[in-house]
Structure formats: C-alpha cells, structure tokens
Design a binder for this molecule. Structure first.
Ligand code: SAH
Ligand code: SF4
Length: 377
C-alpha cells in the first residue's frame, strides 16, 4: 500500500523513514521539498539519492485532495473547492489584504455541532478530514497562488496567516489537526509563527485544554450569545460546556497562548443577539478574560430563518463594547459574489459539488462502486 507523505509532520515522517532504513536528515530534505518548495514529484527532488527516490516512487505519494474549482472574486478573494471523495467537497478561501494574505481552511466535511445560523452545521456531518487533506489545502493554495506571481517575485510566500475558520469544528478533529498545525509552524515546512495560525472553536472545552498543551496557537472562540439560555439555542455545544466553563477554559488557555487575548467571534443576528442589553451582558460575561471582539455580519443562506443586523445596529453594539474597554472590530464581508463568506461554505456547496461531480461522473463511472462514485479511490 502506498503512503501519502502529506499525512506526516516532521516527527511522523522521520519515524516512517526510519522504518525504511533511512536517516532523519533525509526525511528533513523531503519535508522541505514537499512543503517549502511545494514539490510533489519525487523525481524532481534532485539532491536526493536516486535509490531513495526510487524507493519513494514505489512506496509513497504526495496526494492532496484534487481541486474541483478555483474562483476569483471581484474583491480579490479566491475560493478553492477540493474533492475529498464520496461526493464530499470542502472549501478553502484566500483573502488578500494590504499587510497579509490569509488562508481560511476547513477541518471537516460538514460539521456535527449544528449551530443554528451556520450552513455547514445544517448540512450535517460527513467525516473528519485527514492530516493530508487539511495541510493539502495549504499546499495546493500555495502552489496555485505562487504560480500566478510575476517573475520578479517567484518563490515569495503569499500566505502569511492561516485560520481554521472554514468548514467544520477543528477541535472535534484534534488527532488529524495536530500534525497539520505542526507543519504550519515547522521551519522546514511553512514556518508560520504561532500568532499567525488561528484555530476557531465553538467551545469544546477539553480540546481547548489539550490544544494549550500540545500546540498553543492563537485562539478564536465563537461566542454568539451572552447568556446560556440563548447560546444553548444558537450553539448547541453550549449545553455540554456552558459559558462559565468556557470562560474558565479561555483563562487557562491564555497562560499558554501566543497572544495575550482571546478573540471572541460574534455573528450579528437581527433581533436575536444584537440588543444594547446583549452588549452590556457581554461586557459582564467577559470581565475576567482579556479579549477582543470580532463582530461578523450574518451571511444569509436559503431558509436560514435569520437576518443580518442593520449596519447602524452593529455600530451601536460595537460602540457599547468599545466604551466598555474592549477592542472591537467588525468583519468586512468578502467574497460574497462567489459564496466564499463565513458560514456560506456549505449548503450550496454540497449541491454544487454534487453537480460538479456528476458532470465529471462520466470519467469516473468506470470507478463506480456500490458506495457511489469515487473520483479518486
Ligand atoms: N467550527 C468553528 C470554525 C468554523 S466556523 C467555529 O464555529 O468557530 C467560522 C466562523 O464563522 C464561526 O465564528 C462561525 O460561528 C461563523 N459563522 C457560521 N455561520 C455563519 C454565517 N451564516 N454568517 C456569519 N458567520 C458565520
Ligand atoms: Fe460547526 Fe462552527 Fe458551523 Fe457551529 S459554526 S456548525 S461549530 S462549523
């Protein structure tokens, strides 16, 4: 059986090389080729002994999930759709800004946590992404973006920040996420600082503690409500880990965090969680947690049952938080025209991807199995 080398972080790759009787520095060389230079062809790894290249060709692959589509929005946002098999597709969004380039990546196909306002949650849970499928999004996006660089800028890194804010709950897929995070931070791979990698969670408390120990990157917590009564409805995982526990977990995380604040994400839902009283209740809730707030205009999707708060309501809400001493930003909605905005990364996607896969189905039909069409068995 061939092994996908994108499934390994440095430690895993070294261990696999050792099993093949190869030295650790060889593993490091291959790691650099794959992740620093984006090379997927062992034959092109020219400073590696021919005998090792032949061994790798026989036993291993570098296989990210294949790209289904790659779309550029009017505002420069670029959305990739990747095929993860069995008619599932996940999305990755690149957001260019003046001082940084952020890649928003997915951790699961679907999500089991069923937040009321999230189209990924509405879609249900399909499965966890593997480490190769998680890091493969960065690998693929890097290659695609670097290909488009003008000659003078060849080899420059365009992605400076990674956020786990695409489809899925990253902390519900810890074991596969962890090696991918380590690769993002590894100087022999992507070399990002811990401050430039952000995990966004709906608040799985034990996994937040685990992340603090294993790989304390920047943390964003999806809060969305100031009281347990409302949060139980909007973010059902709150019934298991209510607000008091979540706030304590944030305080514990801060001891290890690379930044001295937690970012609270708060989706602004018209008439649901956006009153002055809600803002004041938030100030009370987070009084002992150094934090910043990021208000997210709700991105509608069909039959969501929610509406976006009017702009003046968002401004008023933000001003109460700011007057209370909390740095508060309002997220600009990007990539609307290609359905790449927060929380739009599903429902339609599932349909779209089915359509795309059906269109591609003729080619794949020979690989039909009783489980359905597999584009890359
Ligand atoms: N599962 C993780 C990360 C993915 S969701 C989490 O929940 O944090 C990334 C962010 O998008 C979260 O803050 C989430 O609440 C928000 N979001 C989900 N649906 C949205 C929508 N329809 N409009 C705006 N933001 C949304
Ligand atoms: Fe899952 Fe996050 Fe969507 Fe909630 S908001 S359903 S945790 S992806």
């Amino acid at each position: 059986m061939t092994v996908n080398l994108l499934d390994f972080d440095a430690e895993g790759l070294t261990a696999w090389f050792a099993q093949q009787g190869e030295k650790p520095f060889r593993a490091r060389q291959v790691l650099r080729w794959m992740h620093q230079r984006g090379e997927g062809d062992f034959n092109a790894m020219t400073d590696i002994a021919k005998s090792l290249r032949e061994k790798l060709l026989a036993m291993a692959t570098v296989s990210p999930a294949p790209t289904i589509s790659d779309k550029l929005s009017d505002d420069g946002t670029r959305k990739f759709l990747f095929d993860v098999g069995n008619r599932n597709a996940v999305e990755t969004v690149f957001i260019p800004e003046d001082d940084r380039g952020t890649l928003c990546i997915s951790s699961q196909a679907g999500c089991a946590l069923e937040c009321a306002f999230c189209s990924t949650g509405r879609q249900g849970f399909n499965r966890n992404l593997s480490t190769a499928e998680i890091i493969g999004q960065l690998w693929q996006a890097n290659r695609a973006l670097e290909q488009d660089l003008p000659p003078g800028k060849a080899g420059e890194r365009i992605i400076s920040n990674v956020v786990l804010m695409g489809m899925g709950e990253p902390l519900a897929n810890f074991d596969n996420l962890f090696p991918a995070l380590r690769l993002m931070l590894d100087d022999n791979a992507y070399g990002l600082s811990r401050r430039r990698v952000t995990v966004s969670t709906s608040g799985i408390v034990p996994a937040m503690d685990r992340l603090a120990q294993a790989c304390p990157v920047a943390l964003a917590v999806s809060l969305h409500a100031p009281t347990d009564g409302l949060r139980d409805k909007l973010v059902p995982i709150n019934r298991k880990y209510p607000l008091a526990e979540l706030m304590s977990a944030c305080q514990r995380y801060l001891v290890h965090a690379p930044r001295d604040f937690i970012t609270f994400e708060y989706v602004m839902l018209d008439g649901v969680n956006d009153s002055d009283a809600d803002a004041r209740a938030l100030l009370h809730l987070v009084r002992d947690v150094p934090c910043k707030f990021n208000l997210i205009p709700f991105n509608p999707f069909p039959a969501s049952g929610f509406h976006r708060s009017p702009a003046d309501r968002v401004r008023r809400f933000a001003s109460i938080l700011i007057d209370g001493g909390i740095v508060t930003t309002t997220r600009r909605t990007r990539g609307d025209d290609i359905d790449a905005a927060c929380g739009q990364l599903a429902g339609k996607v599932q349909d779209k991807s089915r359509r795309v896969l059906r269109a591609a189905g003729a080619a794949a039909r020979s690989a039909d199995t009783s489980a359905g069409v597999e584009l890359h068995p």
